[in-house]
Design a protein around this ligand. Structure first.
Ligand code: PHE
Length: 379
């Protein structure tokens, strides 16, 4: 009887230890960090860029002696920009590679997929660039280092109404992207709250090439500004076709439009396009300058917001590993949640009770084929 009780007790202890992660990974020579990104496929530009930033931060930490006396190893999985693939990618990172934490993704739709797996396995995840509020609502292990779309929607609304003096707005939404659907909602609430009128509210699908039907009804509604809440490829094509149709209203978008490709695809038709985003390569803070120089030296190009946020996601994780003084998930989760006034490249990062970062945004404008800094907007 006593023997059986002892036996049962031992099993309970083992179960508890496993559940809290005490027995999960034997001491290894490296600390493995996972990353999932769209390295190929439609949004490869973003995945590649955030990956370059993330890898740079990991390499710099290793060159400076590593973390907790160990080197970091970044294990990367490509989700090919495809729906469904992020679940598989993140499962591999956790179950096969035994990563201590997961960095990713850029697009909110894919972060929602990855977050469901990280939360189920209780492995901390840090998204660099996903701004839809639902991402961190997936659970207490999901964090981000960027601002969220209620803030972005309201700053776009204020800019349109007060700076561009536009009282009539047309909105174009990518109907399957959680990011776009959310940003439209938050923009609309803020804009109508400021006394603006939404004169057209139209949808398109990711990958669409022809926007003439939507733009024809937008033209008839006589907007003073057009907001595209989706991603850069469609936004650039929308600008080209709008100008062909003789629509002259200014066009703007959120951080999903902040990419060099907006200008490559849109050419002269994106001149004057405003974007709200997280980072400007014209930023002259010492922290940003050091990053911009290191990135340029390594890749020969200026970093964009994706690169800067990828870099920051890794910095915040490394800082949390040091403060936790442990790679175990419960301690690491706690340390991430306690991130305060961390000086990162995209600004000072404080993780709030909802595991979001309260940070300023910047507005950029396409001018002579470049995205130029216009202003900083504080939360
Ligand atoms: N904020 C966007 C999102 O949440 C991130 C993004 C920006 C994705 C640019 C792609 C391109 O989805």
């Amino acid at each position: 009887m006593l023997v059986r009780m002892r036996h049962t007790f031992r099993w309970i202890l083992t179960g508890l230890a496993l559940a809290t992660g005490l027995l999960v990974s034997p001491a290894s020579a490296v600390i493995r960090v996972g990353e999932y990104a769209s390295l190929t496929g439609k949004e490869a530009a973003f995945g590649q860029s955030s990956h370059k930033g993330t890898q740079l931060a990991i390499d710099e930490a290793n060159a400076a002696g590593g973390v907790l006396g160990q080197q970091l190893e970044l294990v990367v999985e490509d989700n090919q920009s495809k729906p469904g693939e992020s679940v598989t990618a993140v499962k591999k990172l956790i179950a096969r590679d035994r990563v201590v934490a997961v960095l990713g993704e850029v697009a909110s739709g894919r972060s929602l997929e990855g977050a469901s797996v990280c939360q189920a396995f209780k492995i901390p995840m840090v998204s660099p660039f996903s701004t839809n509020p639902k991402v961190t609502q997936m659970g207490d292990h999901i964090f981000r280092v960027c601002f969220i779309d209620p803030f972005q929607g309201s700053l776009l609304a204020r800019f349109a109404k007060e700076k561009l003096k536009a009282g009539r707005a047309a909105v174009l939404t990518s109907s399957q992207a959680p990011y776009s659907v959310g940003l439209t909602k938050f923009f609309t609430e803020a804009y109508t709250g400021l006394g603006g009128t939404i004169v057209a509210d139209l949808k398109y699908a990711e990958g669409d090439k022809d926007f003439k039907a939507q733009l024809t009804s937008i033209k008839a509604s006589k907007p003073e500004v057009i907001i595209v809440t989706g991603y850069y490829t469609e936004a650039a094509l929308i600008c080209r076709q709008a100008r062909q149709l003789g629509i002259e209203a200014p066009i703007m978008g959120g951080d999903g439009c902040d990419a060099p490709e907006l200008i490559q695809i849109g050419g002269k038709d994106v001149e004057g396009f405003h974007v709200s985003t997280h980072f400007s390569a014209e930023n002259k803070s010492p922290r940003a300058l050091a990053f911009i120089q290191a990135f340029q030296k390594r890749h020969g190009v200026e970093p964009d917001a994706s690169a800067a946020l990828g870099y920051d996601s890794a910095l915040v994780l490394i800082d949390a590993l040091r403060r936790a003084n442990s790679t175990q998930a419960p301690a690491l989760r706690e340390a991430l949640a306690n991130t305060r006034d961390f000086e990162a490249v995209t600004g000072s990062i404080t993780i709030d009770a909802q595991r979001n970062a309260r940070k300023p945004a910047v507005i950029l404008k396409v001018s002579e084929g470049r995205l130029r800094f216009v202003e900083t907007v504080n939360p």
